[in-house]
Ligand binder design. Structure first.
Ligand SMILES: *[C@@H]1O[C@H](CO)[C@@H](O)[C@H](O)[C@H]1NC(C)=O
Ligand SMILES: *[C@@H]1O[C@H](CO)[C@@H](O)[C@H](O)[C@H]1NC(C)=O
Ligand SMILES: *[C@@H]1O[C@H](CO)[C@@H](O)[C@H](O)[C@H]1NC(C)=O
Length: 382
């Protein structure tokens, strides 16, 4: 494995959304390799996405759909009140409407949402009280993706669809960050030579949080649907000389293959952690909606117990410790990212302090190790 070259120029810090050229990604195609799901759909999922399925708040369905501002899903804890980073492999789908046999997000959970369709991906950014879908108060979150320790998905058997192309399609590459008060979800719907789906939906930067990995408008109390430019792939920074540098999250670990234990290093301990995404892509054709609701009164929110909230305090302190030791400035970078991108409409979420959507320490470690194993296997990374 090539240890990631972590040459990072902090030019990103000062770059404003307006002053950088948009990402040039060639001519994306929905038929590019790695766009459409080709293998089996998860065993706990219905065979196809479907609206108006029976409500079952203990469902294990792991089929998430991102169709519109009021028809989307996220992954969340299977057992309400568990730190999501510890249980990423068993998370289940929670949807705004009864669909996919999945659990339903109770009305009143989501306080703001932004649905953006770009030529390369569809992206949902939402704010709210996600303790109502089982997150622990204060939990800075977990990162879900189609790889995981066994490359069977995180959650195992997790799959995603969207109908933004005009029909329901299963897609192969996606990433979903979920914390107690913020979530983001990107599904890559087209690819090109410059922007293969594994790059545009690159999911290893999980301590960096939503604002960094999926830049966009995270303003609360707004429900908005927009078209948008595609963002630069996560961690990619164009440089003045025409080259690009790539930020790789620093971490080390071990894995066992054929009975031998190998250690690995990703990134570099002394690298500069960027303070924000290279740019926030511009949007157009935005339409707002007053709110979103399924009108179902009988759905009881999952509540995290007092035990859970006391564990959240330790989890979040563990998380900040972990981040500090991971890269020195990672937690600084999250707050930097919130303030640095205030011009892009993040002020709403930035004001709540720790709305980074970053993983808890344990979650990061697990997710990262999983990712690295997959990289080792040459399974998907470029
Ligand atoms: C379901 O997810 C697995 C694991 O990521 C993936 O290999 C498979 O292609 C997906 N199936 C579909 C139909 O999208
Ligand atoms: C709800 O989902 C769980 C987990 O899949 C299943 O065991 C249970 O039978 C389902 N309940 C109903 C009423 O379908
Ligand atoms: C996508 O799904 C929504 C339901 O959320 C439906 O209203 C819409 O017509 C569907 N679009 C297409 C193109 O099938």
């Amino acid at each position: 494995m090539k240890a990631a070259a972590a040459i990072l120029v902090a030019l990103a810090a000062g770059a404003s959304a307006q002053s950088v050229p948009a990402f040039r990604y060639g001519t994306p195609s929905a038929n590019y390799p790695g766009v459409k799901g080709t293998n089996r759909n998860g065993p706990t999922n219905p065979s196809a996405p479907q609206l108006n399925t029976p409500i079952n708040q203990t469902s294990d369905s792991r089929l998430a759909t991102l169709n519109s501002i009021d028809d989307w899903c996220t992954f969340g804890p299977q057992v309400p009140g568990t730190i999501i980073g510890n249980v990423e492999g068993e998370t289940v789908a929670y949807c705004t409407k009864p669909r996919n046999n999945a659990r339903v997000i109770p009305d009143g959970t989501v306080t703001g949402a932004h649905f953006v369709k770009t030529p390369l991906y569809v992206q949902l950014m939402a704010l709210g009280d996600f303790t109502k879908i089982g997150l622990v108060a204060g939990d800075e979150g977990g990162e879900l993706d189609p790889h995981g320790a066994t490359n069977m998905g995180n959650p195992v058997g997790g799959n995603v669809t969207s109908n933004v192309s005009g029909e329901d399609v299963f897609y192969e590459e996606w990433m979903n960050y979920v914390s107690y008060n913020q979530l983001c979800f990107r599904i890559c719907i087209a690819g090109s030579e410059q922007a293969p789906t594994a790059l545009e939906c690159e999911h290893e930067l999980d301590v960096m949080g939503c604002n960094f990995v999926m830049p966009g408008n995270y303003a609360d109390n707004v429900f908005e649907t927009c078209d948008g430019d595609a963002a630069y792939p996560p961690g990619l920074y164009p440089e003045a000389n025409g080259q690009t540098s790539t930020f790789k999250q620093f971490f080390t670990g071990e894995y066992v293959a054929g009975g031998t234990t190998y250690s690995y290093t990703n990134g570099a301990a002394d690298q500069v952690t960027p303070t924000g995404a290279y740019s926030t892509p511009s949007t157009s054709n935005c339409r707002t909606t007053a709110t979103i609701s399924n009108g179902i009164k009988s759905i009881v929110p999952s509540s995290s117990s007092s035990v859970a909230s006391s564990s959240s305090a330790s989890a979040s302190s563990a998380s900040s410790t972990g981040r500090a030791s991971n890269s020195g400035s990672a937690s600084g970078s999250n707050s930097g990212s919130a303030s640095g991108s205030a011009s892009t409409g993040n002020s709403g979420s930035g004001s709540s302090g720790s709305s980074s959507g970053a993983s808890s320490l344990v979650g990061s470690a697990v997710g990262i190790a999983a990712s690295v194993v997959a990289v080792m296997a040459g399974a998907y990374l470029l």
